[in-house]
Design a protein around this ligand. Sequence first.
Ligand SMILES: [Cu+2]
Length: 120
Amino acid sequence: MRKQHLILALLLTTVGSHALMQKVHAENAPRHIEVTAKRFGFEPVEITLKKGEPVDLVLKSTDVSHGLRFRELNVDVKVGKGGTSEVHFTPNLTGTFVGHCSVFCGSGHGSMTLKLHVVD
Ligand SMILES: [Cu+2]
């Protein structure tokens, strides 16, 4: 009887600490954002991030090579034909920034933009 109680207590402790670890992990984990690039646009066309919150941005291309650059935030990520790239950054400025494709990809290259809002 006593042994069963001990096992139950141990089990509850293990489950409880596991749940706590998951919560801590979720709070510290970077925000995951996926952006798809294709001639001649990004999807989504607009994203909103929090100042000071780390971001893990995944850029995927469904056709040719592309890039995504936010000059003011020192972010520039390039992705190969049909590939996936990742960039980690923490926006340290608030405002609205326009990201541009940073790899020439054809006639509509100049119109490939993504609007990024960084809020407090
Ligand atoms: Cu381009």
